[in-house]
Design a protein around this ligand. Sequence first.
Ligand code: GDP
Ligand code: MG
Length: 196
Amino acid sequence: MAGAKHPREEVTLILIKPDGVKRGLIGEIIKRIEQRGLKVIAIAMEKASREKIDNHYPKTKDWITRLGHKTLQTYKDYGINAKKELATDDPYKIGLKVREWLLNFMTSEPIVKAAIKGVHAIDMVRKISGATLPYKAELGSIRGDFSVDSPAAANRDKRAIHNLVHASETAEEAAHELSYWFKKEELQDYKRVDED
Ligand code: GDP
Ligand code: MG
């Protein structure tokens, strides 16, 4: 594609969630990203405010309803009565609840934010992170190797799934999240030795 950026110029955002920080997994998580050949171009710890996290996760009806549908599917898979447990079976209302749990979790303790650059950085970091649900995440991924949580357990406790990391899912999400968490001048530019 003429004019398109070289694939190695792609940048994505990762957040190490409070469970990753509290378990002392910051180094392990960053190590896995670096050893794959991706480059850390900014990194910092932050105790995020509720407003900060609220504007980080999408607020669109689509996104919230999708979150609700995922929860309803889990309840169906495990034969749990959604209406009995959450007082509603409306996907949007359930999505709002899960989003609220997520805000509580992400503001409970500090998080680490990092900008990651490299070939197909967005997809690569998602792959290194593993599937959203830890009990389904592949071995060898961060979530697959270090977390045991499930939505059935998390929903029962009325909290977000503890899955160690957040990583941008799409180019649009990455663009929004990078400019949201970092100033442009905070993103560093350097060459790794393996780029020479
Ligand atoms: P991600 O991009 O892999 O982090 O997943 P999503 O964007 O779909 O969801 C955002 C976050 O919400 C996840 O990382 C989980 O922490 C939490 N979450 C997602 N689905 C559920 C669910 O069904 N139940 C609960 N309790 N939390 C969920
Ligand atoms: Mg997501």
